[in-house]
Design a protein around this ligand. Structure first.
Ligand code: DWN
Length: 417
């Protein structure tokens, strides 16, 4: 475990004019779920500063405290295929891009940060040639075991050599670009890998949605950048790429955009859509908005803790529902520990039997919700609210209620819609 380093300049434009907008204090790594033997060890797990800055030159909202990526990604607990919503989303993604590019079997689709290969399996079902790039050994091995060719490495110049310059008709990078430290190096390698008539498609949570919905638990050490598309467009332009289209997905991770980029003048540019998004960012992701966000974060923390403590005083039984990475941030930042939540359920076998770092709350199989019949479940995987409420109709019918943390703490039961 090495201490965090501090980035002195803006990650994309290089300006030194970085202004502190929000300080969440020292927090553990979001995906570092503790195995049982570690959870009983009194030695505290590593905590790192979590501070959000605004670049006064290009507007990129970003972290400056950098944790060694090997500490976060060499062994990774998150699996894409743990939510039906995600499976549907990525199958539609493959359908859309196959049609848009009229992909043929000889066309190569490269997915950077391919995780368990969920997206590439959808492309393979449509006949294209696929290749994953995934640094987490456990995930790369799982994808390869399921027939998805995968390079177990961090995407970079060596990968370009392995694939061959301009060898990929389509490059995808979903919930990856936010995690990249060397954005310019990354984008240069994407540009060198992308075929002349190729498209680079990438999904990121949109910073305007994050700030608008006060989703502060999306802020964690993996997410180095919180993207607006104006700074992203400037970044692409420095590497022989241009933004050609933007597609908004309001229900994906609290609100995401899929950006499409290509080498200049190879595809028509949806200028109206792009201009409208840039305009929204002028007021929705400026420093004043980040300041207002910081104020509301403190208010949500106070109100959520008060709500939970009041329910506990009334003798209510409360558990957590879902152990996403963001739960580590929400629970630690709001000091929600085992005195409040008896356990947290999660569908990911990899996480069951482990503990949320910091607060050390056990993660158990979702069946425990049906056995324990708690009065309340704090919805930590709030981005899958619709899917989860549909799945848990029986819990709601039997009088169980969900506590929804955002955009403000609220209770949702059978009769409160
Ligand atoms: O950026 C990232 C996003 C895309 O995925 C990565 N840094 C890490 C990860 O973040 P996350 O862990 O917050 O992702 P999810 O997809 O919001 O995690 C949902 C969690 O909830 C999973 O562990 C599965 C679990 N879950 C559950 O227990 N019951 C999910 C559903 C739908 C359920 O019904």
């Amino acid at each position: 475990m090495s201490p965090a380093s501090t980035q002195s300049a803006c990650r994309t434009c290089g300006s030194p004019r970085l202004r502190l907008g929000l300080d969440l204090g020292l927090l553990p790594l979001a995906n570092s779920f503790l195995p049982p033997q570690r959870a009983v060890d009194p030695t505290p797990e590593p905590r790192y500063p979590l501070r959000v800055f605004y670049c006064e030159n290009c507007g990129l909202i970003q972290l400056r405290d950098i944790v060694d990526m090997r500490e976060m990604y060499d062994d990774y607990a998150f699996l894409t295929a743990t939510a039906t919503t995600s499976l549907i989303h990525f199958d539609q993604y493959a359908e859309d891009m196959t049609r848009r590019l009229s992909l043929k079997s000889a066309d190569l689709v490269v997915d950077i940060g391919s995780n368990d290969g969920t997206l590439l399996k959808a492309f393979r079902r449509r006949g294209t040639t696929v290749l994953g790039v995934e640094p987490a050994r456990n995930l790369a091995n799982q994808a390869m075991a399921e027939g998805v060719p995968t390079l177990n490495e961090y995407f970079g110049p060596d990968t370009v050599e392995r694939i061959g310059p301009h060898g990929a008709r389509l490059i995808t990078a979903n919930n990856v670009v936010s995690h990249v430290q060397d954005l310019n190096g990354f984008m240069e390698s994407v540009s060198n890998t992308l075929a002349s008539e190729g498209i680079f498609a990438f999904e990121v949570p949109w910073v305007v949605d994050v700030l608008r919905h006060y989703n502060f638990d999306i802020i964690y050490h993996e997410h180095l950048s919180y993207f607006g598309f104006k700074p992203l467009s400037d970044l692409l332009g420095r590497h022989d790429l241009e933004l050609i289209d933007l597609q908004h997905f309001p229900l994906i991770h609290g609100g995401s955009f899929r950006g499409l980029a290509a080498h200049p003048r190879t595809f028509p540019r949806q200028s109206d859509t792009i201009t409208r998004v840039f305009q929204d960012e002028k007021t929705g992701a400026d420093f004043a908005t980040l300041n207002e966000f910081a104020y509301r974060v403190h208010d949500i923390r106070r109100r959520l803790l008060e709500l939970l403590q009041d329910l506990k005083k009334k003798g209510k039984k409360i558990v957590g529902y879902g152990a996403p990475a963001k739960a580590t941030i929400l629970l630690n930042y709001c000091s929600i520990d085992r005195s409040i939540l008896d356990f947290v359920t999660d569908t990911t076998p990899l996480k069951q039997g482990r503990f949320v770092p910091g607060v050390r709350i056990p993660i158990v199989d979702p069946d425990e919700l049906r056995k324990a019949k708690p009065d309340y479940a704090l919805l930590l995987a709030w981005n899958f609210k619709d899917e989860i409420l549909k799945k848990e109709q029986e819990y709601l019918r039997s009088g169980g209620q969900f506590i929804i943390p955002f955009p403000e703490p609220s209770i949702l039961g059978q009769n409160s819609r």
